[in-house]
Design a protein around this ligand. Structure first.
Ligand SMILES: Nc1ncnc2c1ncn2[C@@H]1O[C@H](COP(=O)(O)OP(=O)(O)OP(=O)(O)O)[C@@H](O)[C@H]1O
Ligand SMILES: Nc1ncnc2c1ncn2[C@@H]1O[C@H](COP(=O)(O)OP(=O)(O)OP(=O)(O)O)[C@@H](O)[C@H]1O
Ligand SMILES: [Mg+2]
Ligand SMILES: [Mg+2]
Lengths: 257, 257
């Protein structure tokens, strides 16, 4: 049975998409069958694997709001050995359209569960908000939430809001919802600020913080413009090595290595 | 009559809050009476001026959803010579609560217009989404929208969505809505990527792009942890110089200098 993880944090620009793509790419590198699910109307995960979001005929929006089978919309990229349920621009309207749907928070979960047998890992990339799309992501996270935290002050401030949202979802809908782990991202070795944040986050989350810390690396920011993960764009970079280590750490923790 | 500008971009982490706080601080430095308005439930602008968001008794939420006068909630900081309408955590519920309010997109505008005579500049900081809070920000932007664009590939990709949202608001609600200017942020002189983005943005926005480009500067990321703008925290840093220049450029363009 495949594992479903959601990558969430309402703070913007902390490395949610970068972590989804590159963690996914290295899980595939280690032989896992991986499905990426883009539930952010910005469609950054979709474009980071080389898909033009304006050419997407159907994706997450259709999967959530239409009765068609989700398999119709999954795209597979043999070069990257990754599959993706892409986001299309119409997803921007979903937040409002979902408001009156019955069981609106668990639509994504219902559509993804049948796929868990066909993939080893399903990774869901969320938008920077705590609205209905992210709630769908949290409810679908049957194996837990991965929380990227940028090593900067403002990113640390928002963790309280995210934790209380996770608690609310656990109490109201998914009693088994756990935090699978906290990923420290964009660590800049030259600044004290980064060290302060690392200390603070470890004080709050203890062993939930992955040992692997992702450093700031311009190669990671360049890769999306070529539509490929870091594993293909610059496999020898510090960014690639960090996400490879992170994938290994996740696999070992999941008992798959 | 004071000018009301909204700082918006649905892409996360591009420097919306950093630009609102530091542009505001230098406009005050040049003698302007400035009101900051935080409409992001994350309350980053509120905490960046040293206010503990959990201690906020009333702010933007009350201003939008209650009939009380907005003046009750404005806090003034004499040391910074800045006033702020703070965001409180209950603002997170506003997106859903606003859905059924009559004239829901223009509530903020109606509350802020009377204040335009008491301030020279009102700057509104938006969350990283295109929901009802940001729509309120766009409708309230009677003098225009300031768009921070991080000098990275993914931030550039989202500009199309933002422009089409601005167009929709102009067609449906505010015929005079303009883009006052595009602020290039977190420019890293060492990477080609940043130069590519600058070229691309200038190609699309021409003279709308401010000449002043804000470089990446760790001092800017440190300042919020001390609860003060860069003008106080590190006035000699490249980040401070850039926002000072940007404030001067805005004042000259507005005919106030
Ligand atoms: N470790 C890193 N080093 C350097 N740049 C990075 C790193 N991780 C991410 N980036 C860049 O930082 C920016 C923000 O990252 P990303 O878009 O993945 O964050 P996000 O949390 O998904 O943003 P959003 O909140 O808008 O969804 C992007 O331009 C990305 O390329
Ligand atoms: N020029 C800069 N140089 C270095 N760091 C910066 C710069 N501008 C902003 N930052 C830092 O980058 C992070 C993102 O900036 P900021 O929070 O202002 O973006 P935002 O667009 O308001 O984010 P959100 O989408 O979450 O509201 C913050 O930690 C901030 O301190
Ligand atoms: Mg993202
Ligand atoms: Mg912000």
């Amino acid at each position: 049975m495949g594992l479903i993880y959601t990558i969430a944090n309402q703070k913007g620009g902390v490395g949610k998409t970068t972590s989804t793509i590159n963690l996914g790419a290295f899980l595939a590198y280690f032989g896992m069958k991986v499905l990426l699910v883009d539930i952010d109307p910005q469609s950054n995960a979709t474009s980071s694997v080389g898909i033009d979001k304006t050419s997407v005929k159907g994706g997450t929006y259709q999967a959530l709001l239409e009765e068609r089978s989700i398999r119709e919309f999954i795209l597979h990229n043999p070069k990257l050995n990754l599959s993706i349920l892409p986001a299309s621009p119409d997803l921007a309207g979903a937040e409002v359209e979902l408001v009156n749907e019955v069981g609106r928070e668990s639509l994504l979960k219902r559509k993804l569960l049948p796929l868990a047998e066909e993939f080893d890992y399903i990774l869901i990339d969320c938008p920077p908000s705590l609205g209905l799309l992210t709630l769908n992501g949290l409810v679908a996270a049957v194996n837990g939430v991965l929380i990227p935290v940028q090593c900067e002050y403002l990113a640390m401030e928002g963790l309280g809001d995210l934790i209380s949202t996770v608690d609310r979802v656990r109490r109201a809908i998914s009693p088994d919802l756990i935090i699978r782990g906290v990923i420290l991202t964009m660590y800049d070795t030259r600044t004290n600020l980064a060290n302060d944040v690392v200390e603070e986050v470890k004080k709050h989350f203890h062993d939930k913080v992955f040992k692997t810390i992702v450093p700031r690396s311009v190669r990671l920011a360049e890769a999306p413009s070529y539509g490929v993960p870091i594993s293909l764009y610059s496999p020898g970079s510090v960014g690639a090595k960090a996400y490879q280590e992170l994938a290994r750490e996740l696999l070992i923790g999941d008992g798959r290595r």
